[in-house]
Design a protein around this ligand. Structure first.
Ligand SMILES: Nc1nc2c(ncn2[C@@H]2O[C@H](COP(=O)(O)OP(=O)(O)OP(=O)(O)O)[C@@H](O)[C@H]2O)c(=O)[nH]1
Ligand SMILES: [Mg+2]
Length: 349
């Protein structure tokens, strides 16, 4: 999405390049006075063009897909990005508006070399005024271009508390290779993996952990997970670590589950991870460590996808208003997963 934004130059780099271009142009002139006027004209033009290029290389944030817009907003603040783009645009316009007049003044001056130096200094001062904006935009560019490419296919967002095994699951089932570690917030941004199975391509989105706390208190890392749920998910696979080895109590995880269920009108499927350590009565479970019941989880996902495909087809056929079979099947979907009975329950303590 943002891969095509080229490096944003610093003020010094903008000026260096423009000055060296202007010098080359100046060399061609025999007449020193004409050469000085040409220099002013060229350097103003060149700075204008370069700054316009910078502004034009950023997408119009109102038009980018919601997930990218939200993430850019979470990480940098859309207002701040727009303000910096506005400042760079202002400097470009300043160069465009003053270039012709200063060229004319230089040409007419009895001391063209002195005028050239004065006008170049004024331009340099304007460009330096937006140096912080250019540097900030480069930081935005460097971060945004690392955001994953999101495909337009059935998307499973894997969410839950930190350290519950989300990335381990993604590594098991998809092409994604997120880092796995025994401490919370190992995953700091959204990552994507794919799986082609049963004739269908599915996209898995790994997210950072979310804590059960008021939305206003969530940090940028957690907010990216919320953005993935609210803008990418066709379904949410909500992992619960029944062993509590993640370091967070079960109660808090279940509280978060309730919040996630209310975030978006898509199926939220709770599944217990680390089943090799502990399972929970009434919940399906799997282990990324041993691989047990991973296939059951995948089956449930593919079943949900098939239902969604049917629903989409029904909508396309304008039959969506009367589709009782799909609703009945959706209600019984949990049955596809292995629900643990009392005997299976072997929580650590
Ligand atoms: N015993 C056991 N440990 C697991 C299992 N899955 C993950 N773990 C361990 O749990 C810890 C956290 O795993 P991650 O996959 O990094 O968890 P995460 O939810 O992605 O963590 P964050 O990115 O920090 O939110 C690691 O030490 C894993 O080895 C499992 O099925 N069984
Ligand atoms: Mg992770």
């Amino acid at each position: 999405m943002f891969e095509t934004i080229p490096t944003v130059p610093t003020a010094e780099e903008v000026l260096d390049r423009s000055l060296s271009r202007a010098s080359k142009r100046m060399e061609k002139r025999q007449n020193r006075d004409r050469a000085n006027a040409d220099f002013v004209q060229s350097v103003y033009q060149s700075v204008h063009d370069r700054l316009v290029e910078v502004v034009a290389s950023f997408p119009e944030f109102d038009e980018v897909p919601v997930f990218y817009r939200d993430t850019a907003g979470i990480l940098f603040g859309l207002d701040r990005i727009r303000k910096s783009l506005g400042a760079v645009g202002w400097a470009a316009r300043w160069a465009r508006d003053h270039g012709p007049g200063f060229t004319y003044q230089t040409k007419r001056s009895p001391s063209t070399a002195q005028m050239r130096r004065r006008y170049v200094a004024r331009l340099a001062s304007v460009v330096h005024q937006v140096d912080q904006d250019l540097r900030f935009l480069n930081e935005v560019r460097n971060t945004l271009r690392t955001l994953p490419h999101i495909e337009d296919c059935f998307t499973v967002v894997v969410a839950g508390y930190p350290n519950v095994g989300k990335s381990s699951f993604i590594r098991r089932v998809s092409t994604g290779v997120p880092e796995v570690a025994s401490y919370p917030f190992t995953t700091k941004g959204v990552l994507v993996g794919h799986r082609f199975d049963r004739g269908d391509r599915i996209q898995f989105v790994d997210t950072p952990g979310i804590l059960d706390r008021p939305a206003i208190e969530r940090n940028a890392i957690e907010q990216q997970a919320v953005a993935a749920i609210t803008s990418l998910a066709d379904m949410v696979l909500f992992l619960i670590d029944g062993s509590e080895q993640c370091g967070y109590p079960l109660e808090a995880q279940l509280q978060l589950l309730i919040e996630v269920q209310g975030m978006r009108d898509v199926p939220v499927v709770p599944v217990v991870s680390k089943a090799d350590v502990a399972t929970i009565e009434g919940y399906p479970s799997f282990s990324a460590e041993t691989g047990e019941h991973i296939e059951d989880v995948l089956t449930a996902i593919y079943d949900l996808k098939a239902l969604q495909d049917e629903r989409d087809q029904a909508i396309r056929d304008e039959e969506a208003d009367d589709c009782p079979t799909i609703e009945r099947r959706e209600a019984s979907l949990g049955l596809a997963l292995h629900n643990h009975s009392e005997e299976d329950y072997k929580a650590d303590e």
